[in-house]
Design a protein around this ligand. Structure first.
Ligand code: SAM
Ligand code: SF4
Length: 432
């Protein structure tokens, strides 16, 4: 979502004459978009600003702006800790950025951390999304009302907000006119999308159904979804939609019902398994990925074993796993932590198991001809980059005319994250 937000911030500041530069040591303005999900990402912000301060030592100071969730959570504290920062702006205030920059003087620091999500989108809807990537993100929903006990998102992104249906479709059509061939619908809980107008209540499945009709769009994805919002109409899309990719990122966090309860996830492992079985039943091709938190307070060996058993049962093909990071202000930050060494060992165990499944899946594609949406040519190499239906990176030999097209690639080599090959001459390239 920060990638989408950064693009939209750029579309906004361009209106007042600010352009991206590669020569970042002569920038007038330095904007860092930040993530607060784990403590490590927050600390990176201060490291980066320290580097900028050093680099600009004998130069004209740029306006230094911190955007995103660290700005929202830490607000004025950031300026106290690092006075080189001039402006902090939370994720729901981006519509005010031009006004703030234009009126900024180095004599007065600025903090903008209100939750004006509706005003933000109303403003951004008037500024065209100029992304012209082959694969683009499109935010449809923001914020969260679920308050998992470990998570800062409800405090940094604010309450759940769904954008108007028509505005999303307009933005998608505009992206496709600009060259986009794959759209990933985004939200902190994207499948909680729910927009009501006078006539109808729209859900994520309605968005997928409508995007399906855009002729030149080839692929639809969405992320991140929550098991509690996996409704039947959405599951049905895995059989009815021609463009929805057969790959779902559906985080479960833990395979233990006791831990899910402590996490306030409000569903059981059985519910997740039911979703898995329902989707597989209507489309056996669909593969799953998940997020896992290990070392959550109260996690005993038997809870971790439950998680490992689930990983073995579902065979997730691509997942993220983290050690629990206590976030200030969240209920779990007050829970009694478990031993750090045990948490580290569990992380290594789960990552090795997850990696095994990923490699096995990749190996199963060796020698086959896979469909790839080509995104770009690699820098300094005569090779091209794209993704298969399961979101794996694919690198292959090709030529300029393949960019933005669906091609078939014969897989000749694999590693954990990437498939390598050549265009399969026996199969025709399809115009996207
Ligand atoms: N809304 C999605 C869901 O509920 O599944 C997840 C979105 S969250 C922004 C992304 C991931 O970060 C989570 O799925 C979780 O695994 C991880 N995460 C969030 N808070 C964390 C924490 N305090 N410590 C470790 N990992 C965390
Ligand atoms: Fe965070 Fe996701 Fe839980 Fe919301 S549902 S609080 S975004 S982990």
């Amino acid at each position: 979502m920060n990638e989408y937000d950064s693009n939209r911030i750029y579309d906004t500041v361009k209106k007042i004459g600010y352009l991206k530069t590669n020569d970042y040591l002569s920038a007038d303005c330095y904007l860092l978009n930040t993530c607060h999900i784990r403590d490590k990402s927050k600390e990176k912000v201060y490291d980066e600003i320290g580097r900028v301060r050093k680099n600009y030592k004998n130069k004209k100071k740029p306006i230094v702006i911190i955007a995103g969730c660290v700005a929202q959570a830490e607000s004025g504290e950031m300026i106290k800790r690092e006075p080189y920062i001039d402006i902090v702006i939370g994720p729901q205030s981006y519509h005010k950025i031009n006004n703030i920059i234009e009126n900024f003087t180095f004599r007065k620091k600025e903090e903008l951390t209100e939750f004006d999500t509706e005003d933000k989108f109303n403003y951004l809807d008037k500024i065209q999304n100029n992304d012209s990537s082959v694969s683009s993100f499109l935010t449809v929903q923001e914020g969260c009302d679920k308050f998992c006990s470990f998570c800062v998102v409800p405090y940094t992104r604010g309450p759940e907000y769904s954008r108007p249906f028509k505005k999303i479709i307009d933005e998608a059509e505009h992206l496709v006119r600009n060259g986009t061939r794959e759209i990933t619908l985004l939200g902190q809980n994207v499948n909680a999308y729910n927009y009501k107008d006078e006539q109808k209540s729209y859900k994520l499945s309605d968005l997928i159904f409508e995007l399906d009709k855009i002729k030149e769009l080839c692929r639809i994805r969405y992320t991140t979804s929550h098991p509690r919002d996996m409704s039947e109409d959405l599951i049905e899309c895995y059989s009815s939609s021609k463009k929805l990719m057969p790959f779902i990122h559906l985080p479960i966090q833990s395979g233990s019902n006791k831990i899910l309860k402590l996490m306030n996830r409000n569903h059981k492992v059985e519910k997740y398994l039911d979703i898995y079985k329902s989707i597989k039943q209507i489309n056996n091709k669909v593969e799953f990925s998940s997020d896992f938190i290990v070392g959550f307070p109260g996690e005993m060996d038997c809870d971790f074993s439950d998680t490992m058993n689930l990983v073995k049962e579902i065979k997730f093909i691509n997942s993220y796993s983290f050690i629990f990071s206590p976030r200030p202000g969240t209920p779990a930050s007050k829970f009694k932590p478990i031993d750090k060494e045990i948490a580290k060992e569990r992380l290594l165990n789960i990552q090795s198991e997850l990696e095994g499944h990923q490699i096995k899946k990749n190996k199963s594609l060796f020698g086959s001809s896979i469909e790839v949406l080509v995104e770009n040519k690699l820098k300094n190499q005569d090779k091209y980059f794209g993704r298969n239906i399961f979101l794996n990176s694919v690198i292959f030999e090709g030529d300029e005319k393949v960019v933005g097209k669906l091609v078939n690639v014969k897989v000749e080599k694999i590693n954990r994250n990437t498939l390598f090959g050549k265009i399969d001459q026996n199969k025709n390239m399809r115009a996207a």
